[in-house]
Structure formats: structure tokens, C-alpha cells
Design a protein around this ligand. Sequence first.
Ligand code: SF4
Length: 385
Amino acid sequence: MHVYVHIPFCLKKCAYCDFASTGLDAFSGRPPLDEYFRALTAEIESRAPLMDDTSVSTIYFGGGTPGAGGIENLLKTLDLLKNIFTLEPGCEITVETNPKTFGASDYKRLVFGGFNRISIGVQSLNDEVLKRLGRVHDSLEAETASKEARGAGFGNVSVDFMIGVPYEKGRSAVKTDFSGLGRLGAGHVSVYQFSVCEGTPIASRVRRGELIALTDEEMAAEYTLACSSLEKAGFAQYEISNFASSAEFISRHNYSYWLKHDYAGFGAGAVSTIKNARQSNCREISDYINGIKTGRYFETEILGPGEQRLEKIMLALRTAEGLAAEELAEGGCEILLKSPIIKRLADDGYAFLRGGRLSLSVKGFLVMNKIALTVAEILPAAEQH
Ligand code: SF4
């Protein structure tokens, strides 16, 4: 089992973000931090004992910016999880952070409290881009955060980057530069392609023509360049958006999602998938806090076999290991081998079929959804043979 805890607060909302998060500066009065953590505690205490599997191999505190919820609250919540669940030896315990949230002494407290992996939202090492994104930190603060976290004992540091950020009218797109990556000392890098989310300040600027969003072709070029730059810097790609300098730094928590393992999510906007039941908690902080009191704070969806099958294909094709065709359909590998469509994808450099697994190249990752739908169509049809 894997556990996710969502902390929906940030210091300030970034200009591109539509995640389930609210800037602390957006509350007219005191932010409802105490109320939120009371509700979160109540959810964990009420749901966890009902779970069949209480043995946990990864825990992930994400957001938002977990630190915006207060370090005491994070440590108390982790203690609660440790009391309720049985943590497996070597349990990976990650906390996401923003370079501005914590100082050196905070990192030490987090390590002492049991966190052993940190994921820092760096996003860019270009201060102009960071400003455009509305981030509250600059590149030097990102370097300092990583240095302090490592100095405090975090041996497993991940950094997030964003590529293809819209550029200012009359100027050209800035290619993401990973040359400063070494200074961050990270063993893991996540790279996300920028998408313009409706309702955000950046979307308004794009609509007004002040910022130019990248075309699909430009974004594809940017992604391809990012993958090769990271490869040259010694990071092996193990998933569409994730790169690790060695196997020990692969995110075990995120990998569990791609393998479709059960996971329990707690907090506003958190999702749990246990067997074929998916529980989605309400996103609004106030709805969640009030809903916890009445028990009405989530919706449950039962995933049918078709949905589960397509999800499994999509998630597996995100990884460099790819899809084990035999796990989906008896004789699945043979069926894929004989398929002219798959042969063409392989001949054109989109996919590889080897060792019974279908995996995608960087070019293939760019059209992963289409390939997954094609594979889903080929495999079920063949199952009836
Ligand atoms: S720090 Fe992350 S979650 Fe918070 S507003 Fe920025 S992008 Fe969104």
C-alpha cells in the first residue's frame, strides 16, 4: 500500500497553476490551517483502520506546498501515519517543497521526523522565466534550498522543472537550460510540459496576446531536447516525465501509480484507488473541512474492467519498461508482434517490442495516448481468439 497526503496550501498561487491549492495570501482572515489539519487527522483516523492492507512502503506529502501548512503539522501528521500504518523497512517518505518554504533548521527537523526524500519545485534556473511563472523564489534560492536539504541529511533529492513556458511577444522562446542542474545535486529530475490552464493569469496573458504559447511542434522539440540534455547529464529516463541518475533515486511512490498498485490519498482533492474503487475527495478546502464532519466529502467510482484495462495500458506505456502484453491478454505478445500497426510503429521509431514488452521511444511518448488506444483496440479483439 502507498499513502498520499495532500496539503492544499501554498505561500502564493503561481500564475499558471490550477492544482487543488490556495495561496495563504488569498484568505481574507486567518488561513484555516488548524481546521484543515484537524479534518485531515479525522479522515486518517477514520479510514485507515478500515483498510485491509495497512502495510505501507511509500508515503508522499504533496500539494500545494506542504510546508505552507506548517512544519509542526507535517510532523504530527507523519507521526499519526506511523502509529496507524505499519511502515515497511526502508519506507520512502517524500515531502514536496518550494525553495522559499523551509530553512536549514526545518530540513533537519524533517529528516529527524522521518522524511527521507525531498522534491523541490525548482521549475527553471532562469529568473526571468520564474518571474513569468509567478514563482515566489529565484534560481539562487532553489540552489540554496537543495544545498541546505542535502546538508541536513536528505540523501534523496528530486527537482521539478517545467519546459515550454509561453514567451513574451516579440521575443523568442527560451530553451530550457539544464546546464546548472549539477549545482542542485539532485539524483532525480521531473520535467513537465507547460500547459495553459484556463482561468489562470498566464492563460489571460496568452489570450490577450502578451504571451505566446508554444505550438505542438515547438513543444515536441523542447521535450526531445530536454530528454537528450538530461541523458547527457547522466539521468536515465524511466518514465515520460521522470529521470534518475541511478536506480536508487527512482521515485518508488510515483512508480507505484504506474504499476497500478493500491494507494490511499488523504486530504482535500486527494484520490485513493483501492482494488477497483476510486475515491475522490472534494477539492475545496472549506467543503472538505465541513464534509469531514458529516461524512460527505468524497465521491466513489467503481472502475469497470474496460476502464481498468485502458488505464493499465496507458500507465505502463508511460514507463521505459513498458507494457507486458501477456499480463493483459493471453498470447498478447504474439498478437502485438503480428499486428501490422505495431510493426509500423516500431519501424518508424515510435515503439520497441522486445522481451515480451512494448515500450515507447521519446518520439512515441509524445503520442502516447494515441498509441495506448491503438494497443487497447488490438489486444481485446485478439483475446477472443
Ligand atoms: S507552488 Fe505548486 S501547487 Fe502551489 S501554486 Fe505554485 S504550482 Fe501551484
